[in-house]
Each structure stands twice: as structure tokens, then as C-alpha cells.
Ligand binder design. Structure first.
Ligand SMILES: Nc1ncnc2c1ncn2[C@@H]1O[C@H](COP(=O)(O)OP(=O)(O)OP(=O)(O)O)[C@@H](O)[C@H]1O
Ligand SMILES: [Mg+2]
Length: 521
């Protein structure tokens, strides 16, 4: 008997996915690929195997790099390029040692050095496969800008570079800033991501074949799927438990699998918990419906929620139905006591409050009809960052501020941000501060707050805005302060309660402009 999890486990199953990746990168006009799947689905395992096979078998590649961006996450454009350069240096060291020095000690922004080396590599018939694992992290901190992605686009167009990214969401879903979204970098990827979710039948066959001394009866295999829907960590831990409790090989029946699932729960508890928290609250509601009512028709249900449950093995999506709520997840929830909705149970303790408040705020966001798409993206993203990552959430508040100001200017100042002269006359006459400067330059940064204040009325000047009111201005004042704080954290610890207060303000600011401004045509 042997264990299926632990350090340095070989890849089990996944041959189908791996072949797709190998074919994709082997084409002469290779495509850049994105691998997408939830946490623990096995993206890193598959990509490590990809790297191994590309190096060991005949392939067009003379170097492979696997850059773990989830753990050493560059904070700025320059840091990103510097780390990329070092990773490239290591990848080309054995076949193209002459380039190593240039790449290893980058000074300033090494973009031009990298571009030069990639040109020379092509001339030598070399080619590098760059596997960027955990690409969510750099995209979620909101500090890397369009300039970087445009440069990456130029590098990726060189024949000597092929990129494979892995992330929990598609790249398009991850890019936060409207500005970065417009970079052409995102267009170079094969638009159909390679999805890593539950094991399919072939994967399960390959896995069970690793345990030739055990014979799984049909009922046993069915129970394994009822409990896990084939999601890797769950399947593997249940099988480990089963192996651990047996002295010999032989037949495995359904009852034994059911027992193994129950025994595996403590080991899986935290992982299932993390996967559950990654689901949006509407997705969690959907799971509870499938659990309580059995198969549901997909008509009228959001695709994203269906896909989120399926890719985690929480439920199975076949045809037009969502069914088979995972028994392990049901057991986990029974233990959590989330079956009821009593306020005391959900919010009675500090941990409960911290755990569940995000779901309340998420539902509030879902209620906002006509919300600007970019604001919705920011708010949904925030709900994914809390409660785990208040720091990252705070960094992104500035993006919300910028977007709300953009929407206000667009509605109130149709003449491409020129302040109407009648407003200016009144403000000057009333002795409002700083107004003269605005004759030549449109207010930026914190001065935008001052403008919004004047537009919505002060003790000297009446309101002249057509749509926005004082309540938006007051909310903006609060959010703006948090936005500044988020940009200048200087290592200060961010309290989760404070982050929640900021998120609530952000949501109500978004609600307020959505209510007040005319709907975008
Ligand atoms: N095909 C597989 N073969 C063997 N073990 C696997 C496989 N898939 C997943 N596992 C197990 O699941 C664990 C999590 O896999 P992995 O780290 O690759 O997930 P991931 O998709 O990269 O998650 P994250 O988004 O958190 O980076 C592995 O440590 C391994 O134990
Ligand atoms: Mg990983």
C-alpha cells in the first residue's frame, strides 16, 4: 500500500489535459495558454509535469521556467520584469550560457535586455517555455499597470517565447483596472482556457489502476463519486484513509467507502472550508438548493455559479442539470452549523462575524441593478479578498474611487471635463478655494473631492450638479480616505473590521451613484 498525497507526489491521471497542453505548446506557431481551475484542483501538479516532459522528451524548447508567482509576488512593474529576467537566466543557463550574465543582473527595468535576448535566442534556434504559476496574485494587487502588460505582449510576440499561465479565475476575470483591461496582452491567449476541475472517468481509471490489489465494486465507485464528484484532493484523501485502514487487498464495497469518507473529513475539513469560502454567496445558496431539493434545472441560474460548483466537485453539471451535492461538503456544512440562518448562530461570535459578514455584503452588491460593470468587478473581487486578505482589498479601494469619479464626470460634464463657466463664475464670486487653478487644469487626486463638494453645494454656493447629491459626496469622502490609506499602508496591519467598514462604504457609494446617475446608454 502507498500514499497518494504528500510532498513530491507524482501526477496521477490528467493525461488528457497534459496531452492538450503538450500539443498546444509544440505547434510551430504555438499559442499562449491559460490553465484555469479552483484551488487544490492540481494546476501546479500538472504544470510541473508539463515542465518535466518538455525538458526530457524531444521538443522545440531549449529552456523551461516555472515561476511561482503565488509565493514571490512582484509588487511593481519593474520588480516583475527583474524577476522574470532572473527566471529566464536560469532557464537558458544550460543551453545558452552566453545570455546568462545579461539576464541575471538586471539593472533598472530589464525589458529591453529580455527582448534582445529573445531575439538572439531565435537566431540560435532556441525557445523558452515560461510557465507562470499562480498568476492570480500579481493581477490582484492592482499595482501592475498597463505599461507592463503591453511590454509582455511585445515579448510574447517573439517566436522564442511561449507562455502558459495558471490561475483560479480566467485572466479576463482577474484584471481589475479598466486601464489594464485594454492592454492587448490578454488577446494573445487561447480564448478557451484549459480547465482543471474534477477528475474525469479516464483519470479515475488511471488512479484506481495504481491500486491493483484493491478491486472497487461498482457501488464503491459510485459512493466515491457521491462523496467527491471526482475532485482530486477529496478523492485522494478518501482513498488514503481507505488504504490506511486495510491490512490486505481485495474487494472494496460501498459501505467501506462511505465509512472512509466520514473518517477522511477531519483531514479535509480546512480544504473544503477554503473551497466553500471561495464560492460567492449566491453560489453557496445554489449548493444548498441542490443539497435540499436534489437535481435542479440550469434554466435561469447564472453560469458562473454552476461552473463554480462543478469545478470544485461540489456538485455535478450534466446536460442541463446540476445534481449530486457532494456528501463530503454536506458533512462539512453539518459540522459548521450553517444549516440554519439564525443571526445568533451566524454572527454570535467574533469569528462568526468575521466569517459571515462578507456574505451579507456580497448579497447587497448582488441587489444593485444597473451597476457599472467595472464597479461590479471591483466589489466582487473585494468579496473574494475578504476575510482572508484585507490588505489586498485596501489596495484596490483606490480603483473604486477612480471609477466612481469617472462615472460622475461622464454624466455631469458631457463636454469632456470642462467645467461650465457659469459654475466657475459663481464659485469665484463666492470666494471658493482653488477655483482659479481649474481654468487651466482639471482637478486631480484629492482635488476631485473638493470639486465634488462644490458641485453638490456648500455653505456659500448652491448645488449645481444635475444628478449627484450630497450623500454621494459624503460617501466619497469616506471611501477616498480609505483609498489613500490603502495606497500607503507602510506595513501597518489592516484590521478586518476596518476593512469591512470600508467595503460597506464602497458598496453604498456604488449604490448611490447607480441610483443618481442616468443609466449608461
Ligand atoms: N493529478 C494529481 N495527482 C496527484 N496529486 C494531485 C493531483 N491533483 C491534485 N493533487 C493533490 O492536490 C494537492 C493540490 O494540488 P495543487 O497544488 O497542484 O493545486 P493547485 O490547483 O495548484 O492549487 P492553488 O490554486 O492553490 O495553487 C497536491 O498537493 C496533491 O496532493
Ligand atoms: Mg498551485
Amino acid at each position: 500500500m502507498f500514499r497518494l498525497t504528500g510532498t513530491n507526489v507524482p501526477m496521477l491521471g490528467r493525461e488528457g489535459v497534459l496531452q492538450r497542453l503538450l500539443r498546444g505548446v509544440a505547434k510551430p506557431a504555438h499559442q499562449h495558454l491559460q490553465v484555469v481551475g479552483p484551488r487544490f484542483a492540481g494546476k501546479t501538479i500538472v504544470l510541473r509535469e508539463l515542465a518535466k516532459r518538455v525538458i526530457s522528451a524531444p521538443s522545440p524548447y531549449t529552456g523551461v521556467l516555472t515561476w511561482d508567482l503565488g509565493h514571490q509576488t512582484p509588487e511593481t512593474n519593474v520588480e516583475f520584469m527583474q524577476q522574470f529576467s532572473r527566471e529566464l537566466a536560469a532557464a537558458v543557463a544550460s543551453k545558452h550560457p552566453a545570455f546568462v550574465d545579461d539576464l541575471r543582473n538586471p539593472t533598472g527595468n530589464p525589458y529591453h535586455d529580455i527582448a534582445g535576448v529573445l531575439e538572439l535566442l531565435s537566431e540560435e534556434g532556441g525557445k523558452v517555455l515560461a510557465i507562470l504559476d499562480g498568476f492570480d496574485k500579481p493581477l490582484s494587487n492592482g499595482r501592475l499597470t498597463r505599461t507592463l502588460w503591453d511590454q509582455m505582449r511585445v515579448l510574447a510576440e517573439k517566436p522564442a517565447l511561449c507562455i502558459v499561465t495558471s490561475s483560479r479565475k480566467t485572466l479576463r476575470e482577474l484584471i481589475l483596472h479598466p486601464d489594464a483591461q485594454t492592454s492587448d496582452f490578454w488577446n494573445i491567449f487561447d480564448p478557451t482556457p484549459i480547465r482543471i476541475g474534477p477528475f474525469d472517468d479516464a483519470d479515475m481509471d488511471a488512479l484506481l489502476a495504481k491500486m491493483p490489489d484493491l478491486s472497487f465494486k461498482q457501488g464503491a465507485r459510485t459512493e466515491l463519486l457521491n462523496a467527491t464528484n471526482g475532485f482530486p484532493v477529496m478523492v485522494l484523501e478518501v482513498l488514503n484513509t481507505l488504504i490506511g485502514t486495510r491490512a490486505t487487498g481485495g474487494d472494496v464495497d460501498a459501505t467501506e467507502v462511505v465509512r472512509a469518507c466520514e473518517e477522511a473529513l477531519p483531514v479535509l475539513h480546512d480544504k473544503i472550508g477554503a473551497l466553500w469560502l471561495d464560492c460567492s454567496s449566491t453560489c453557496q445558496d445554489l449548493f444548498l438548493i441542490v443539497r435540499d431539493q436534489g437535481p435542479v434545472s440550469r434554466a435561469g441560474i447564472g453560469n458562473a455559479d454552476i461552473e463554480a460548483l462543478h469545478e470544485r466537485g461540489f456538485a455535478q453539471h450534466v446536460g442541463n442539470r446540476l445534481q449530486r451535492a457532494s456528501r463530503l461538503v454536506c458533512l462539512y456544512l453539518d459540522g459548521q452549523g450553517t444549516t440554519g440562518t439564525s443571526l445568533a448562530r451566524l454572527f454570535g461570535t467574533t469569528e462568526g462575524y468575521q466569517h459571515h459578514l462578507v456574505g451579507v455584503l456580497e448579497r447587497r452588491t448582488a441587489q444593485l441593478e444597473g451597476l457599472d460593470a467595472s464597479l461590479r468587478r471591483f466589489l466582487e473581487r473585494a468579496a473574494r479578498d475578504l476575510p482572508e486578505d484585507p490588505k489586498i482589498f485596501m489596495t484596490n479601494v483606490r480603483g473604486i474611487v477612480d471609477q466612481v469619479f469617472e462615472l460622475i464626470w461622464k454624466a455631469e460634464l458631457p463636454q469632456s471635463r470642462r467645467l461650465p463657466s457659469n459654475w466657475m463664475d459663481v464659485w469665484k464670486r463666492n470666494g471658493e478655494r482653488r477655483v482659479e487653478e481649474w481654468e487651466t487644469t482639471f482637478p486631480q487626486g484629492v482635488h476631485r473631492l473638493h470639486l465634488l463638494n462644490l458641485m453638490t453645494g456648500t455653505d456659500r454656493s448652491l448645488r449645481c450638479a444635475k444628478y449627484v447629491t450630497k450623500s454621494t459626496q459624503v460617501l466619497m469622502n469616506g471611501v477616498h480616505a480609505f483609498g489613500d490609506f490603502g495606497q500607503h499602508q507602510e506595513g501597518a496591519p489592516i484590521d478586518l473590521g476596518t476593512a469591512y467598514a470600508a467595503l460597506h462604504l464602497c458598496i453604498e457609494l456604488a449604490a448611490s451613484v447607480t441610483r443618481e446617475l442616468p443609466a449608461a446608454s
